[in-house]
Design a protein around this ligand. Structure first.
Ligand code: SF4
Length: 197
């Protein structure tokens, strides 16, 4: 008998244990049929920060690791510039499986995948949570939440600070002079300050 992720996730005693079980998840039939593999995320020992993105893209789907594509390379540069060591930063997505043609996740998929990420937050136990982009923000605060309204002030989620910012893909889309890149730099500096305190 298959077990729902809500139960599987809540029973996971470690990030790696959760990832192992999540790799077999087929709750979202369309995603399970079209993905190359489940991309649970990564969490170094003693991570201070958990970054939450939207869903794996083509390169992540192929590699099985989040943020390895163009967005990931930009994110690495921005983390380094903010003084956030990459080996202290955990990364996960709202969805663990790539939506076909990178379409926006359906609400039902976000809810189906929620137990995995919820448990990852508990297991990583970061000093600071960061939502990258609108899907991650709405995962935390509901469908009416807007980045423009909530970024710039430290929010709270499950008893810990949460910093709202843009997804690196928005920074790429709007270019080097666009508002999302400047916002990401500023917001990751806020994250670094929170970690230091
Ligand atoms: S997106 Fe999440 S809930 Fe849906 S099949 Fe993948 S791991 Fe399971």
């Amino acid at each position: 008998m298959s077990v729902l992720p809500a139960r599987d996730a809540s029973l996971a005693a470690s990030w790696e244990g959760l990832a192992g079980v999540a790799r077999g998840c087929t709750v979202c039939a369309e995603l399970a049929a079209t993905r190359t593999q489940v991309v649970p995320g990564s969490c170094p020992e003693g991570a201070d920060v958990l970054l939450v993105g939207e869903a794996p893209g083509a390169e992540e789907d192929a590699a099985g690791v989040p943020f390895v594509g163009r967005s990931g390379r930009l994110l690495d540069e921005l983390l380094a510039a903010a003084g956030l060591p990459r080996d202290r930063v955990a990364v996960a997505n709202v969805l663990k499986c790539r939506p076909p043609r990178n379409r926006t996740p359906h609400r039902s998929e976000v809810e189906a995948c929620r137990p995995w990420l919820q448990r990852q937050v508990e297991l990583a136990d970061p000093v600071v949570l960061v939502t990258l982009g609108g899907t991650a923000l709405q995962w935390a605060y509901g469908r009416t939440a807007r980045i423009a309204a909530l970024r710039g002030q430290v929010q709270r989620y499950a008893g810990r600070p949460l910093v709202v910012t843009y997804h690196p893909s928005a920074a790429i889309r709007y270019g080097p002079r666009g508002a999302p890149l400047a916002a990401l730099r500023e917001d990751l500096a806020t994250v670094a300050a929170l970690v230091r305190h």
